[in-house]
Each structure stands twice: as structure tokens, then as C-alpha cells.
Design a protein around this ligand. Structure first.
Ligand SMILES: Cc1cc2nc3c(=O)[nH]c(=O)nc-3n(C[C@H](O)[C@H](O)[C@H](O)COP(=O)(O)OP(=O)(O)OC[C@H]3O[C@@H](n4cnc5c(N)ncnc54)[C@H](O)[C@@H]3O)c2cc1C
Length: 354
């Protein structure tokens, strides 16, 4: 049953909250977004690499099917909101240590129904002439996208028609008996609604705990590095051993690296400087490429590798939407949550908070 007059507060305007706002508003809900940051996409979404893909997910992984569904949701979103994707770049090249491993990985993806091609060194060189040592073969995933997730978050909120409050932190949920009836701001004041959706990434439990619930979301660090560059160098996302790189239309080179530890030697800036040397070894780069951003971001992560979507158990009027990989999953989570709350249809694909 559609609920045209349902009023919904979404706490958090990261890519997940923005997608929730978009999907709930499109289904007729009156949506108000509340975000602590100055604009949408100012949490970990601003530090994401921006790769919407399945080839970086191992076939057989617990979330493989979910990500397959999520890519279909991206295609639908792109058809509805083409302007939000004008700067997105399609296609990625992915390879492992040896050709046999890459071929086996491609075969495993295909066995799961994922469309990947194998391309040889000549094709890779023709496509990416700045790669100094192209692998003997790579998987090419034509439907992958490289995009700016913070920009997509802003575009989704703009397109949703939702109202939004930025620069205000929600301190706690307002509980009336067993029912959440709104949110209270840290600087005073409150807003009421039929439903409050917690989409605060790693911070969801700070609010959930105010009504006695803990989702057990963890904060999983990863490092984003961005380099200014005077010229186009790579066209697609390139992902090989030790290298994960893309370039945006402003020629900024984006690199994602695993977090090591909090020693000075492994601080993001130091890693960024080391990786720059590797980039010069691996790619024909123009002179003067410079590190302009090096930061750790904390990804909302559950130990079983799955996101969470659903009403807080035992409490009416509160819903949670959170998990990794949030950029890839955001359109899917937004759609599934709206179908669940407004149409009463819950997908078994995503676990409930428990
Ligand atoms: C280096 C790196 C690379 C990554 N690459 C990818 C990738 O290629 N693909 C991918 O899918 N994922 C990637 N991720 C993960 C991705 O960034 C996250 O999964 C995703 O951005 C999570 O989005 P979110 O909306 O849940 O959280 P957030 O972006 O953190 O949004 C939550 C928002 O809630 C707000 N908020 C929290 N509490 C409150 C409160 N009390 N009151 C008001 N506002 C509040 C915060 O300010 C924040 O803006 C990467 C992450 C990192 C660090």
C-alpha cells in the first residue's frame, strides 16, 4: 500500500542517505534530510574511490549476488537521472598476478552470470598506452562505472525534491513509549516524522543507542590518495597487483590503498608519497604530478560482509540503512528500503538489523 503522506526524516546525507531520500520521495513520501556536514556527501562518501563494479568482488563472496543486483539498480538510476552521470566513466580493466589466474577469475565471474571480457596485451596497450608493462591479459568489465560519489549524493538530493537541513547534528531520537517520533538536534530544536531512517554510516549506533539498540557496525579504514596531473593518463579504472587508479575529467588521479597502521611511516601522506614513485614506475606520467589529498576514511562495515536494512527491532518508527560497499549498494538500498516501508515488500537479499 503506497503511503503518499508518510513523513520521513533521513539522518545522514552520504550516498546511502541521499539514495534513500531520492527513492522515498519518488514514491510519494515527504522527506526531510538532516546532515551534520555542510553539504551532502561530506562523510566517508567524500573519500570513496568511486568504483561501481562487480569484478573486484570474488565470485562466491557473501555479497556477490547483492552487488549484481546493485549494478542493475545503477543502470536504472542512470536511465532516470542521466545528468547525474555525465562525468561518470564506464569500463574497468582488472588483472591478477598471472594470466592463468586472471582467466580463471573471469571464468568464475561468467559462471555467476557476470558479463566480463578477456582482453590481451595488445588491446590493453591500445586502450591504455600509458601503462608501461601491460599484463598478458586482463578482464574488461564494460558496465563498471567510475564516478564522484559525493557529487552523486548532492545530485540525488537535489533531484529528490526532499527538504534538507545541513550543518546540524542530530543528538538523539525522540522516543514516545516504544515509538520514535522524531529527532532532537544537538543545538536545540526538534523535527517530528512518522519514520526516522538512520543513514549515518559508521555513526548510526550513536543514535540507535539512544533508543537502546546497537547494530554493531564497525569502522573499517581505507586510504584515499588524490594527485593533480596536467594531462589525461588513463581512460578506464585500472586494477592490478599494487595498483588501483582512475582519473577524472579534471585530470585528478585517484588511488585507493589499504590502511596499514597508525605509525608515522604509514600515515596517509607518507603512503601517498611512496605510491607516487610506484605510479611513475608503472605509468607514463607527465612531470609534476603532485599529491593533493591523502586521508583515511572509515567505511561502515559488518563482520559478515553484508549491509543492514530494516526497522530497529522492538521500536516503532525507526529504520536503519548502512553497510559496505556503500557507493555500489546505495541505489539498491534506497529502492529496497522504500519498497519495504512504503509498499510492505521486504527483500530477503539484505539482512535485517538484529
Ligand atoms: C578509500 C576509500 C575508498 C572507497 N571506495 C569505494 C568504492 O570504490 N566503492 C564503494 O562502493 N565504496 C567505497 N568506499 C566505501 C564508501 O565510501 C562507503 O561505503 C560509503 O560512502 C558509505 O556511505 P554512507 O552514506 O553510509 O556513509 P557517510 O558517507 O559517512 O554518510 C553518513 C552521513 O551521516 C552524517 N551523520 C552521521 N551522524 C549524524 C548525526 N548525528 N546528525 C547528522 N548527520 C549525521 C555524516 O556527517 C555523514 O555525512 C570507499 C571508502 C574509502 C575510505
Amino acid at each position: 500500500m503506497a503511503s503518499a503522506k508518510r513523513s520521513v526524516i533521513v539522518v545522514g546525507a552520504g550516498i546511502v542517505g541521499a539514495s534513500l531520500a531520492f527513492h522515498f520521495a519518488r514514491r510519494g513520501a515527504a522527506v526531510h534530510v538532516v546532515e551534520e556536514g555542510a553539504q551532502a556527501g561530506s562523510g566517508v562518501t567524500a573519500r570513496a574511490f568511486g568504483w561501481v563494479n562487480i569484478i573486484n568482488i570474488a565470485p562466491g563472496a557473501v555479497n556477490y549476488r547483492l552487488v549484481q543486483e546493485a549494478l542493475a539498480d545503477y543502470a536504472r538510476l542512470q536511465a532516470v537521472l542521466p545528468d547525474a552521470f555525465v562525468a561518470a566513466r564506464p569500463g574497468s580493466l582488472f588483472w591478477l598476478g598471472g594470466a592463468a589466474e586472471t582467466e580463471a577469475f573471469a571464468a568464475a565471474h561468467r559462471a555467476e552470470g557476470t558479463d566480463v571480457e578477456l582482453v590481451n596485451a595488445a588491446t590493453i596497450t591500445a586502450w591504455e598506452p600509458n601503462l608501461r608493462q601491460p599484463p598478458a591479459c586482463a578482464m574488461f568489465s564494460p558496465r563498471d562505472l567510475a564516478l564522484d560519489p559525493a557529487r552523486l549524493a548532492r545530485d540525488l538530493i537535489d533531484a529528490s525534491g526532499a527538504t534538507a537541513t545541513f550543518g546540524r547534528k542530530v543528538e538523539n531520537l525522540i522516543l514516545s513509549g516504544d515509538r520514535v517520533s522524531g529527532v532532537r538536534f544537538a543545538d536545540g530544536g526538534m523535527v517530528e516524522a512518522d519514520l526516522v531512517i538512520l543513514a549515518g554510516g559508521t555513526a548510526v549506533d550513536k543514535l540507535a543507542e539512544s533508543v537502546g539498540f546497537r547494530s554493531a557496525v564497525e569502522a573499517s579504514p581505507s586510504i584515499i590518495l588524490r594527485y593533480s596531473c596536467a594531462a589525461p593518463v588513463v581512460s578506464r579504472i585500472l586494477r592490478g597487483p599494487g595498483l588501483e587508479i582512475r582519473q577524472s575529467g579534471d585530470n585528478i588521479l585517484h588511488v585507493a590503498k589499504g590502511y596499514i597502521d597508525d605509525t608515522a611511516e604509514n600515515a596517509p601522506k607518507r603512503i601517498g608519497e611512496r605510491i607516487l614513485k610506484v605510479m611513475y614506475e608503472r605509468l607514463h606520467l607527465p612531470d609534476g604530478v603532485a599529491l593533493v589529498e591523502a586521508a583515511a576514511g572509515y567505511r561502515p562495515f559488518f563482520s559478515d560482509g553484508m549491509p543492514r536494512l530494516g526497522f530497529l527491532p522492538g521500536i516503532e518508527g525507526a529504520y536503519v540503512a548502512v553497510g559496505h560497499p556503500g557507493v555500489i549498494l546505495a541505489p539498491l538500498l534506497g529502492r529496497l528500503a522504500a519498497e519495504h516501508v512504503l509498499d510492505g515488500q521486504r527483500s530477503p537479499l539484505v539482512p535485517l538489523p538484529a
